[in-house]
Design a protein around this ligand. Structure first.
Ligand SMILES: Nc1ncnc2c1ncn2[C@@H]1O[C@H](COP(=O)(O)OP(=O)(O)OP(=O)(O)O)[C@@H](O)[C@H]1O
Ligand SMILES: [Mg+2]
Length: 579
């Protein structure tokens, strides 16, 4: 590989900006260089979250001494053959990273090309201090010490070593997922944190994400129009309070791209509460000419030539996978059940502790349940159980939960959560079928709003009408509402319309109108559903169960919690110590 200075016209086309902001960004640049150099093994050592030391050693191509000197100059790179800045396949392409880091730290660059001798160059805040031969295996080692020590303006913004370490670890994980074919080790303050042998992407991802995804993840593999998306996402019920476990890659480059994050979010719309976040590792492959990586100084954002196609693939592909999976889980095994029943298992253990096992056994023999009729029992349990996946309603508990008997166990349904879901799905189906029941207001209602809110609502009027909400502009700062979805019953129209305006604004341009409407529908559904605390008749309960069985996504409520759980016969037997 030969390094050259870039011509000025190319330099000016490079997305300018701060390359190094904190230890993690310096680490990212140095590791990316190792990967670009064809390393098979990258060894990383950090001290104090990278504030004291960042050291990266690789077994890649290495550099000859004059190349090393050039590498430390600005705008010298080996990675843009033919000036093809629109066809970048390497991580680097600007020749900025090493000189930027060297200007704000003490940097030691050691390198050796196979078959030649090693060389070492020391730089102190941009000034060359020393250089000379070094005994060194083929490859490159970069040491960065005292980053920003002499740059108080920067130093001020650094966080604690712990926080900086967390950011470094995140960076290493992302790059390690991007390049599963490369081995990595990470040491922090003398402690080994990661040892990753070269492997296939799914294995690497499984090593770095929570193992819970083995049970609560859905594999993704879909393609359209020359784009391909692979990876794994979590079931909606398995979510997090932070969006920190979302690993997104475009052509093996880790990105934090807003379009992609927005598309991921949209795919989970109404399956997950707004303040909860799925876990995901998604790899998007795009033809090089379709994507521009030269738009962000840290290269973490990209620009797609056809953003709608990318968005469509992600939202469509993930949504299909989620639908299939959640429907499957509703019809057979509830995916969230294992989590739920862990608590039951510990309950069983508590029982054991409270009563000596012998007493427990004795009780089993002496206690005959025959004739014990719990209050609110709906049907005697003597008739044969038809093979409905969610079983036959046997009763209601606390006027909130339906208890049903299925062929293979006991089912408990949260009636409000389930009904909310059904209302939403009914509204959605009606919308798709184009026949939404609406209720005309006897006297159309005028709602006063900000002008931008009115603009937003007016802009969405056609789609809102499809949902049964008929409105029109009525002066600069008011909206006239003529009809509301019938599913709503009595509603505070002004509040509904104001909420919708806020929602449309918040969801922003990143989402298609369809997704926004899904979200809006979820809000409406929540208002229109059976409350917890309402006593249901047996017929009502069974009707709810049958509807759940045929409704997509009925396994979760609109906030991502399970709507029902099943306790299998085996588990019941375990609870009573029979197994
Ligand atoms: N670990 C390494 N092994 C071999 N060569 C390297 C290594 N690190 C840097 N280089 C060489 O030094 C050059 C400059 O690196 P630098 O990171 O500054 O710029 P770049 O990678 O070309 O572009 P960018 O600024 O976008 O990262 C690279 O083009 C590469 O030729
Ligand atoms: Mg680089």
């Amino acid at each position: 590989m030969s390094i050259r200075r870039l011509p000025p016209e190319l330099i000016n086309r490079i997305a300018a900006g701060e390359v190094v902001e904190r230890p993690a960004s310096a680490l990212k640049e140095v590791v990316e260089n190792s990967l670009d150099a064809g390393a098979a093994q990258v060894s990383i050592r950090l001290h104090a979250g990278g504030l004291e030391l960042i050291e990266v050693a690789d077994d890649g191509s290495g550099m000859a001494p004059d190349e090393m000197r050039l590498a430390l100059e600005r705008h010298a790179t080996s990675k843009l053959p033919g000036d093809a800045i629109d066809r970048v396949t390497s991580f680097g392409f600007r020749g900025e990273a090493l000189p930027s880091i060297a200007s704000v730290s003490r940097l030691t660059l050691e390198s050796r090309v196979r078959g030649a001798d090693g060389w070492r160059i020391e730089i102190d805040h941009g000034e060359r201090m020393d250089e000379g031969p070094a005994a060194f295996p083929p490859g490159t080692r970069v040491r960065v010490e005292g980053l920003f020590d002499k740059v108080p303006a920067r130093r001020k913004f650094l966080r604690s070593p712990r926080a900086e370490y967390a950011a470094c670890l995140d960076t290493v994980k992302r790059l390690a997922m991007a390049r599963s074919d490369v081995g990595f080790t990470l040491d922090h303050d003398g402690r080994r944190i990661l040892t990753l042998a070269p492997t296939e992407p799914p294995t690497r991802v499984a090593e770095l994400l929570t193992h819970e995804l083995d049970r609560h993840g859905i594999g993704i593999d879909c393609a359209r129009d020359g784009l391909r998306l692979t990876g794994v996402i979590s079931l909606p019920t398995f979510n997090r309070g932070m969006a920190d476990q979302q690993y997104l890659f475009v052509n093996s480059r880790p990105v934090k791209d807003r379009l992609l994050v927005g598309a991921l979010r949209a795919a989970y719309r109404d399956l997950i509460a707004r303040d909860r976040h799925p876990i995901a590792a998604l790899f998007l492959e795009v033809p090089l000419k379709e994507v521009d990586v030269n738009v962000h100084p840290a290269k973490t954002e990209v620009r797609f030539r056809d953003p709608a196609a990318v968005r469509g693939l992600i939202v469509g592909g993930l949504r299909r996978a989620l639908d299939e999976e959640t429907q499957r889980s509703a019809a057979r095994e509830q995916a969230a059940a294992p989590v739920m029943w862990t608590s039951s298992a510990s309950y069983a253990r508590d029982l054991d502790r409270e009563r000596p096992p012998s007493a427990l056994r004795e009780e089993q023999h002496s206690f005959t349940p025959v004739g014990f009729v719990p209050q609110g029992q709906a049907e005697p349990a003597v008739e044969p159980v038809p093979t409905y996946p969610l079983g036959v309603a046997r009763g209601q508990v606390a006027a909130t939960y339906i208890v049903a008997e299925a062929e293979d166990g006991l089912v408990i349904v949260d009636q409000h959560a389930a009904h909310e879901r059904l209302v939403l799905e009914r509204m959605r189906a009606a919308r798709e079928g184009g026949d939404v029941a609406r209720q005309a207001l006897l006297i159309p209602q005028v709602v006063e709003l900000d002008e931008p809110d009115c603009d937003r609502l007016e802009g969405a009027a056609v789609e809102l009408a499809e949902m049964g909400l008929e409105l029109e502009r009525f002066g600069p700062a008011s909206i006239l509402v003529r009809a509301v979805p019938a599913a709503l019953g009595q509603t505070d129209v002004a509040r509904l319309v104001a909420d919708l305006a806020v929602e449309i604004a918040e969801l922003g341009g990143a989402l298609s109108l369809r997704d926004k409407l899904d979200h809006v529908a979820a809000t409406i559904a929540c208002h229109g559903s059976v409350r917890a605390g309402r006593v249901l008749s047996v017929a009502e309960m069974n009707a709810l169960l049958r509807e759940m069985e045929v409704t997509p996504r009925s396994g979760q409520c609109n906030h991502g919690r399970p709507t029902w759980v099943k306790l299998g016969h085996g588990e019941i037997e375990k609870l009573f110590g029979r197994k």
